[in-house]
Design a protein around this ligand. Structure first.
Ligand code: NAG
Ligand code: NAG
Ligand code: NAG
Ligand code: NAG
Ligand code: NAG
Ligand code: NAG
Ligand code: NAG
Length: 618
């Protein structure tokens, strides 16, 4: 299965922070465990303990999960994951002035509307607490600690920024690991905690959700089923095969997970979010919702309007679209071609061959139509793979083929993240010169199964399988259409965007079989208006060149919400505002989260600080 590109997950792999720096504290052993007492605290609904490799939520069939979990508390603070030191030159090893990563879980009803279904979901939760962990002795009695600059050492901040990375299928716990400190800095000058959760059916949350026993089996079938339309002489025959496989996959899902398949809809996740708010102990939600996460936030805001605090929605969906058959797919395509043409290729040409290798293809040609020529030459190389895939080889993976469909998927993924553009341009340039080495490595990343990486402990779910179920549950009451209708849609979508049309189509096509296997309770979807009067306005950020959530979404949403929203039109590249940073967007976001300042204007225009190909990343 081509990874992630089909869904709206914001890829967080390039975050400024890596797990490595979190373990630097392990060299310090000055603190004795008794300083911090025993965790989890008895009244903590999240059961938080300092994260270690063992903090994976207890199994659902564990009859005494609290005891199991308490035994996972490791009292040695040198094993915990501390944040970066607020004053690096004062790194005296006592962990003061360091934030800490806390791991826990929250048990919630699997079905909010059934009295007979008593099963639960156990959501994995991770929190970055900026003030560190409270010691048993109060800071005032410990003269060596200077904690005056902190709100209150070791306790929760006045507001907690809840993060939701999107997908469907993105892991909120991973989002915390990869960017909590950055998010806290960005929106609160490092003053607010950041909390993320794995939504039901995602990553470490339980029960696990996967239609295949193993990722390798999903990959095996994807070789035939995920061929793009351009590569097939007979699209309808290709579609019939994919349709049969979708039917088989949902049948297998039903076998493996039963009615859990209908209990992952966006409205259900919105109810989970309100339970998380209660568990945090705050009156209203403060949060940063990205991509499909904005769909959760829009649904939440209209279901729980009095609980809306300070919620930023970045890279906006327009959830009304998701009620339509195929709407999750075809409404994403507006600006993909602009992002490729004006963005990737246009900025490449503008930057020149020193910063963008691909510009080499038109160098020295004094030609007012250079951009058109560049586009023609690059697309010709890509299209040539339809008839003639290229052989490739690398030491690690052995022989392989550079084929059209996964290469186009890799290009679509790159449009999400401008920071990938220099490397992607290098890869395409070398491909144009007949060197397939970098392309082979790029394609290797598309597989779900990597024989060299051991599976993540505690991860039993698959984000692609979960995404299909969420998307289909949200449009369960759309009409059933014959294959010919879908063939028409496939044709329309790939005509509108050769880069994104295929993968977006594959997101929605399985929905043809959803109602065969699951019967929705209409209460599990939100079908109301989006203009409910909210306690506080939402802050929407939409990007002019977003390849996944076009600006049109943000405009329609802001229009419908009226006084209940403010919109930042972020004139940048990439999916969401975090890749092509604008001081203007940052300032408004911080004022809103930290101070509750709402822009007076309904719409503010912001421009990014830099260009994607400057400086060249080596
Ligand atoms: C950082 O710590 C050092 C050593 O204790 C101290 O001299 C310096 O003033 C501190 N800097 C800040 C910004 O607090
Ligand atoms: C699952 O969560 C763990 C811990 O948060 C994280 O390290 C891992 O990368 C996540 N997996 C995915 C696929 O997001
Ligand atoms: C899905 O597969 C089942 C089992 O083979 C079959 O009975 C059913 O008709 C199929 N559904 C559709 C819509 O093709
Ligand atoms: C994005 O697409 C819309 C059509 O929905 C178009 O009006 C707009 O100009 C496009 N944006 C850019 C930056 O090209
Ligand atoms: C092909 O590209 C790779 C990666 O950039 C490079 O290491 C290698 O030398 C190139 N091969 C040739 C024959 O130029
Ligand atoms: C495909 O596009 C044509 C022309 O715009 C339109 O009439 C038709 O309804 C579309 N089909 C689907 C399934 O969206
Ligand atoms: C929301 O919009 C609808 C029209 O779409 C209108 O009938 C309704 O009164 C509006 N509700 C509020 C609270 O403004």
């Amino acid at each position: 299965m081509w990874k992630v590109i089909g869904s709206l997950t914001t890829l967080v792999g390039l975050s400024l922070f890596t797990l490595d720096h979190l373990t630097t504290a392990s060299t310090h052993k000055l603190i004795v465990s008794s300083d911090y007492g025993q965790l989890p605290l008895p009244d903590d609904p999240f059961h938080f303990i300092p994260c270690t490799k063992n903090s994976i939520p207890p199994a659902l069939n564990d009859i005494d999960p609290s005891t199991t979990w308490a035994a996972r508390f490791d009292p040695d603070p040198s094993h915990w994951s501390w944040g970066v030191h607020l004053n690096e030159s004062r790194d005296d090893g006592d962990y003061s002035r360091r934030g800490i990563y806390l791991c826990g879980y929250l048990d919630l009803p699997m079905d909010y509307h059934s009295t007979s279904n008593t099963r639960i979901v156990r959501l994995a939760v991770t929190k970055y607490q900026v003030s560190g962990l409270a010691r048993l002795s109060s800071p005032a009695t410990s003269p060596s600690l200077d904690l005056r600059s902190l709100p209150s050492a070791g306790t929760k901040s006045p507001r907690t920024i809840v993060v939701e990375p999107g997908g469907p299928g993105g892991s909120g716990t991973f989002k915390v690991w990869s960017s909590a400190e950055e998010v806290s800095q960005r929106f609160s000058d490092g003053q607010f905690d950041v909390l993320g959760w794995d939504p039901r059916g995602v990553n470490m949350s339980l029960p696990p959700l996967s239609c295949f026993p193993h990722d390798a089996q999903r990959d095996r079938w994807s070789l035939t089923t995920q061929a793009y339309r351009e590569t097939t002489a007979d699209p309808l025959r290709q579609l019939s095969m994919l349709d049969a496989m979708n039917n088989a996959s949902f049948a297998a899902c039903k076998e493996r997970i039963g009615d859990f398949g209908r209990l992952v809809s966006t409205a259900t996740v919105a109810r989970d979010l309100d339970e998380i708010r209660k568990a945090i102990g705050e009156e209203e939600v403060t949060g940063y919702f990205i991509s499909y996460g904005t769909g959760i936030a829009q649904t939440y805001a209209n279901m729980f309007p009095h609980r809306v605090g300070r919620m930023i929605l970045d890279g906006n969906e327009y959830v009304r679209d998701h009620r339509l058959l195929g709407g999750f797919g075809y409404t994403a395509l507006d600006n993909v071609t602009d992002a490729w043409h004006d963005g990737f290729l246009g900025e490449c040409l503008h930057a020149g061959p020193k910063s963008c290798a691909l510009a080499e293809l038109v160098v020295g040609e004094a030609d007012p139509n250079a951009l058109a020529r560049l586009q023609e030459r690059v697309e010709k190389v890509i299209r040539s793979l339809i008839d003639r895939p290229l052989p490739a080889y690398d030491n690690k993976n052995g022989p392989s083929l550079i084929t059209y469909s996964p290469l186009v998927a890799a290009i679509y993924e790159a449009l999400y993240r401008p920071r990938m553009w220099p490397d992607t341009a290098q890869m395409l340039y070398e491909l144009s010169q007949g060197n397939t080495t970098l392309a082979a490595l790029a394609l290797e990343k598309q597989w779900g199964f990597d024989p060299f990486t051991p599976p993540t402990p505690g991860k039993f779910s698959d984000e692609n399988d979960l995404a299909n179920l969420v998307i289909c549950a949200d449009s369960f009451d759309a009409p059933f259409e014959p294959l010919a209708w879908w063939e028409d849609l496939w044709s329309n979508m790939t005509t509108q965007s050769w880069i994104a049309g295929n993968s977006r189509f594959q997101n929605v096509f399985p929905c043809r079989h959803f109602n065969t296997y699951w019967k929705m309770n209409p209460k599990d979807v939100y079908r109301g208006d989006l203009n409910t009067t909210l306690k506080n306005p939402l802050l929407l950020i939409s990007e002019t060149y977003d390849p996944a959530t076009p600006l049109r979404n943000g405009r329609r949403l802001a229009e419908e919400m009226g006084e209940n929203a403010r919109l930042i039109v972020h004139h940048g590249y990439g999916h969401s505002s975090q890749w092509d940073v604008s001081a203007c967007t940052e300032r408004i976001g911080r004022g809103y989260i930290l101070e509750g300042q709402v822009p007076e204007e309904r719409i503010t225009e912001c421009w990014p600080d830099t260009k994607p190909f400057f400086p060249r990343e080596n």
